[in-house]
Unconditional design. Structure first.
Length: 295
């Protein structure tokens, strides 16, 4: 039992990293299946289109899927185009807050597509097929050797001996793909590290308070979801009983549209950990008990 508790605690503590790792592993497995089972380079004039579609189309689909599966996307977009929002919100403040929330969401959505492209480049099958049909590679390998070299270049992905013959004096397409893949991985890790360092340096709170805020938001989300489900069940039960049995019950309090709007607003103040925290503090009027300022 103690071992089980340790495993659960480890998962809770590192669930973000484990989630990204799981997404990356699934992406790598999918790429290997596509590369070995589905992908067959035509070795003709369609090489460029065919290879590029396998390299970038799944990455784009994974990028869109990452947005669709992230609840923050819908929390960010829902109601933002309503006339009331445009009248009440400051354009600059809303835009700044919108970008502040949108950038981390985009970064999370990029994990799977970047993994796909990096692994595909290291495998080299997609790039080799696409590059063999590129006019740039034709001028690089063939120069003034005529159409025969062009035809041979198109057949390179299907003939290893021909590939070795043509690329004997130049860097092979497979080597080019792998170099680009490692450069993509290195540059992505560098950008991620620099972005994290800049974000932490300009953070208005210290390290321990940041961890506290993350824990608070997680618990608030869990409790809010549980309470909302209970509240919706009670309201549905009351209305259903009234419809079928015509039994009138006691008044049932439900948050107003204004209350829902306030806790969904993007314009949160820094001293509050969430919009719900902001809403509760403002309505109770006990700033000394409900505000945790960034000190």
């Amino acid at each position: 039992m103690n071992q089980l508790h340790k495993i659960v605690d480890f998962y809770i503590k590192h669930q973000t990293i484990l989630g990204y790792s799981m997404v990356s592993l699934l992406t790598v497995a999918s790429e290997q299946i596509f590369s070995s089972v589905v992908f067959k380079c035509p070795c003709n004039s369609n090489n460029m289109l065919y290879g590029s579609s396998f390299l970038f189309a799944p990455a784009f689909i994974l990028f869109l899927f990452g947005f669709m599966m992230n609840p923050r996307t819908w929390r960010l977009l829902t109601g933002t185009c309503s006339p009331e929002k445009h009248l009440e919100c400051s354009p600059w403040g809303t835009c700044a807050r919108f970008c502040q929330v949108w950038v981390p969401t985009t970064a999370k959505a990029l994990v799977a597509p970047l993994t796909w492209i990096a692994v595909a480049l290291l495998g080299a099958n997609f790039y080799e097929c696409a590059a063999s049909g590129s006019s740039l590679m034709e001028s690089f390998f063939c120069k003034d050797n005529g159409t025969e070299c062009r035809e041979q270049l198109l057949k390179m992905p299907c003939d290893e001996e021909l590939s070795a013959k043509i690329s004997s004096e130049w860097l092979s397409l497979q080597a080019q793909s792998q170099l680009i893949g490692w450069f993509l991985i290195a540059s992505t890790m560098t950008v991620a590290l620099i972005s994290t360092c800049i974000t932490r340096c300009y953070s208005p709170v210290h390290y321990h308070q940041t961890r506290f805020r993350k824990n608070y938001l997680k618990k608030e989300h869990e409790l809010f979801k549980k309470k909302a489900k209970e509240h919706a069940t009670k309201l549905a039960e009351r209305n259903t009983n009234y419809f079928f049995e015509a039994t009138d019950s006691a008044p049932f309090h439900t948050p107003s549209n204004e209350a829902w709007r306030k806790i969904s607003n993007l314009n949160s103040q820094e001293q509050y950990y969430s919009m719900l925290h902001n809403y509760v503090s403002a309505n109770r009027g006990k700033s000394t008990n409900f505000k945790e300022k960034s000190q």
